[in-house]
Design a protein. Sequence first.
Length: 146
Amino acid sequence: MAPGFAMLEAGLVRSKNVVAVLSGNVLLYAVTSFVFLIWGYNLMFGGSGLFLNGIENSDYSKYAFFFFQMAFVSKTVSIISGGVSERIRILPFMTFAVVMSGVIYPIVGGWFWNGGFLSTAHDLAGYTVIHSVGGWAFLAAIMVLG
């Protein structure tokens, strides 16, 4: 799905910005994956320390479950990336991506998928966690950018 989102975003910008958008998407997935590995996963699922310490309670293979969740956080930040293309420079957006993948998304994801107060909402497919968080963050970014 990541190459598909990158190609969609590249098709929505002017031709002079296609290379910047594609390289920005590669950097985006690298940054969000690294931040989620270091900090976000443990914040979301209650581990202590760094590097996947909260996965011992999972019924799934720990690495498969991590990659599944990492794809979700990357898609959430990719939603924002598609909306702010040609409106923001790469460094401020990567800073925003670090905050999204390390703090905002893990907190909301924990509310839904780790027995938080929204766990009774039955958001199994991740619509609210992925699309609503991405959409609200996109709205905030657009309000700041103008």
